[in-house]
Design a protein around this ligand. Structure first.
Ligand code: CDP
Ligand code: MG
Length: 752
């Protein structure tokens, strides 16, 4: 692991001016200085994403060898970056034979449901066909994806197929990352981003076609989009709507969209042999590792795809594989391990698409991101653990948790199918055939029925949709969840008593965050600390990847971290201190290494912060910093997060004030040892216990002061009464009369 923070760092780049040289094998690699790195436009034409990839990995101190990357890039481009070869490849896709028929169907019908196996070419080809057929003369073409990674990698692929620079004619838009320009015609975007665009362009008039892709995933945003674009199609006759899906039960989509015709693209499918375990596996991670190694050692060439539930598991399996491979000696072939999950930094994601060198085998360790939305070539073996991480929501308590849940039969079939795309495949299910038949549900419950709806309700209100109960949902959400969302938005001041959007609500909707964070930012105007609050919000958004805690240096890392907690300021302010200290060193990477802070996360936080600052301008909130008045900052946080308050109990656990849940401070919190009496938390995570993450101490009377409509005196009574009254006795004797005459404590507090 080399130190890459110095300026003189060299990176590999090509000597030649044109990419043709690569094909003829003339290209040589050399190492250039940073200045030389300013590559000509002709490079960017095909190489820009890879150049970024190299730059980032060199700058960010990853454990990459420049030479390795360079070599694999040359390999890749020798094989792939030839436009003509790419055009030939396009013609080989199953969808190509149906091009004209498909275009005719789109011409003849306003709404079309398109079904085809993963890998048949729907996502990459249909927008290009539409462009070739002239649809882009009337407006842009949007193609929505449930996942950021998919939007990004597909846009990169399509820009190469069209021979244009990514961000020009073909671009992508994901939260906090807009890679489009005036000239963008094909826009790959997350479904959530299109939803946001609807807020400023309710009729999507700049689009001629919207393709809601991966519709079978039924994400919350996709489900809401359905209702909205269906409506747009009714009053914009020349607007085309395509709903595309990888699974065959498309009738439901057709029914919903007023019996829209279904266009089926027959797939190329090879047989897949399915193996179940004979007995249930006690430890599916271990079983996955053993199976992967068995395949590697005994089976003919072909890459392996392992489905796990999340980043942590993926990292564990990566470690285990590396460890055991090293124990097997040098006789066995090389095994290249490629992790892939939604939060994996963009430049590392590219690794899964780099072709496997001859003689080696690749094992892709993925979340269910690889189930349908990413096509990874050359997969012959699938290992299916049978689980995924799924969000579930309890409308009674308003808590959301990510739980490891068995997948559905539909998912299991999709996973198995990933091995039979380029030839006969094998799928190893780490569960019994009996479990498959008896325990797995047929289909996954759509997200809208198991999530917090506050953000969606806010967006719909902004679009003027007030009657939520009668919104045209494909599958309606539980009424309890809708009411809970309205209740929260009312408490936050985003809706008035009649359920109408307020000015605060409108400002909140401008911010691309969840309603509680948005409210904290909007409220920071009052406390003159908006500058501090957007830094905190950005850091919270980046989440748990800020601090780096390498196994062998835990003590050092913890020491570095405790510096930011000096004065027991709480986790929120500690995050602010981290950000500000980094800023003071002029965003130095060296500073990050020394303080065990992840450079990449910090850069992301800075990007997000910058965008939030831009938004503040739009909602006319001035940037003001009040970093010395910690109470002001805390009050501003409480203005958004007051529903997340908890009180210490005698046994060291906490109880949430509103819902009376038993919770604990997460061990990673700076407050974990201190156990303050009253706290506010950012989020609850359920692991072995219900843990609160990002915790800050508060004074209970603040709750009544800031959210008098939500908390009454009795909620915070036990300590507040005695202490507050004592304080009042002491310092505010003349006003004490008020306390006895005015029953509302809030009034007293605000008066004082
Ligand atoms: O959408 P669908 O699953 O039908 O297929 P697609 O995503 O359009 O993929 C068609 C082909 O494009 C795949 O078989 C891959 O070979 C290629 N592709 C790629 O190389 N890199 C990507 N990021 C996406 C697709
Ligand atoms: Mg697709």
């Amino acid at each position: 692991h080399r130190d890459r923070s110095t300026e003189e760092k060299t990176i590999p780049f090509a000597e030649q001016e044109s990419w043709e040289d690569y094909q003829t094998g003339k290209a040589k690699l050399m190492f250039g200085s940073k200045d030389q790195r300013k590559l000509s436009d002709s490079y960017e034409f095909v190489f820009d994403d890879q150049i970024d990839f190299i730059k980032e990995s060199v700058m960010d101190g990853d454990q990459f060898h420049e030479q390795d990357i360079a070599n694999s890039l040359v390999e890749k481009y020798k094989a792939k970056c030839n436009l003509e070869a790419l055009q030939e490849e396009r013609k080989k896709l199953p969808i190509y034979n149906y091009r004209d028929e498909l275009l005719k169907a789109i011409h003849d019908h306003q709404v079309l449901v398109i079904v085809g196996e993963t890998g048949s070419g729907k996502t990459t080809q249909i927008p290009q066909y539409l462009h070739e057929a002239g649809y882009t003369k009337r407006g842009k073409i949007a193609c929505t994806q449930p996942r950021r990674v998919a939007a990004l990698s597909i846009a990169a692929r399509v820009s190469r197929e069209m021979g244009v620079k990514l961000g020009h004619e073909v671009g992508y838009s994901i939260r906090f990352e807009d890679c489009t320009s005036e000239r963008t015609l094909l826009k790959y975007m997350t479904d959530g981003m299109l939803l946001r665009e609807l807020l400023s362009e309710p009729d999507l008039s700049s689009y001629s076609v919207v393709m809601v892709d991966e519709a079978h995933e039924r994400t919350l945003s996709t489900d809401i989009l359905f209702g909205l674009v269906k409506d747009i199609a009714r009053f914009r006759p020349n607007f085309k709507l395509l709903i595309s899906s990888a699974t065959l039960d498309a009738e439901k989509f057709s029914d919903y969209f007023d019996s829209a015709p279904i266009f089926k693209i027959p797939g190329r499918r090879y047989p897949v042999e399915i193996h179940h375990t004979k007995a249930p596996e006690a430890d599916y991670l271990d079983a996955a590792v053993v199976t992967a190694l068995q395949i590697h050692v005994t089976q003919p060439p072909g890459n392996i795809l392992v489905f796990l539930t999340g980043q942590e598991e993926i990292e564990t399996v990566e470690e285990m594989l590396k460890h055991r491979i090293s124990g097997l000696g040098t006789k066995i072939a090389e095994l290249i391990i490629c992790p892939i999950y939604a939060n994996l930094p963009t430049e590392l994601q590219a690794k899964i698409f780099v072709p496997t060198p001859k003689g080696a085998r690749k094992v892709v360790v993925a979340t269910n991101i690889a189930e349908t939305s990413l096509t990874i070539d050359g997969i012959k073996y699938v290992i299916d653990t049978g689980f995924c991480k799924m969000k579930s929501y309890n409308p009674r308590t308003g808590t959301e948790s990510l739980l490891i849940t068995p997948i559905s039969k539909a998912s299991a079939k999709q996973r198995a199918g990933r091995s039979g795309r380029t030839g006969p495949g094998k799928c190893f299910r780490l569960y019994t055939a009996d479990s498959y038949h008896r325990e797995l549900d047929n289909n996954t419950v759509p997200e809208i029925q198991r999530t917090n709806l506050a953000n969606v309700v806010l967006s719909l209100k902004c679009l003027g949709i007030n009657d939520l109960l009668h919104f045209d949902f494909m599958d309606p959400p539980p009424v309890g969840a809708l009411l809970k969302a309205v209740e929260l938005l009312y408490a936050l001041g985003a809706l008035n008593k009649l359920g109408q959007l307020t000015k605060v609500g409108r400002s909140m909707a401008e911010l691309p965050l969840d309603p509680m964070s948005s409210k904290a930012i909007v409220a920071s105007d009052k406390y003159k600390c908006s500058d501090d609050m957007i830094s905190i919000a950005a850091m919270l958004f980046v989440g748990n990847s800020i601090f780096h805690r390498p196994k062998e240096k835990k003590v050092h890392a913890d020491n570095a971290r405790s510096n930011f907690h000096a004065g027991n300021v709480g986790d929120h302010i500690a995050l602010l201190k981290v950000y500000n200290s980094w800023k003071e060193t002029d965003y130095s990477s060296q500073w990050c290494y020394e303080n065990y802070v992840q450079v990449r996360s910090m850069k992301r936080a800075r990007d997000i912060r910058d965008q939030l600052a831009g938004r503040l301008e739009r909602i006319e909130i001035e940037l003001t910093s009040n970093a010395n008045d910690l109470d002001a900052i805390k009050k501003s946080i409480i203005s958004g997060y007051f529903p997340h308050s908890a009180q210490l109990r005698i046994n060291g656990s906490y109880r949430t004030v509103k819902n009376r849940l038993t919770v604990h401070i997460h061990p990673s919190s700076g407050m974990a040892q201190l156990l303050p009496r009253w706290i506010i938390y950012h989020e609850l995570v359920l692991t072995t216990k219900e843990y609160m993450r990002q915790v800050t101490e508060l004074k209970p009377e603040w709750l009544v002061e800031i959210a008098p409509h939500y908390y009454q005196l009795k909620d915070v009574e036990d300590s507040v009464c005695k202490r507050c009254l004592k304080d009042m006795h002491r310092s505010l004797r003349p006003r004490l009369i008020l306390v006895s005459t005015v029953s509302k404590f809030s009034f007293v507090c605000t008066q004082i």
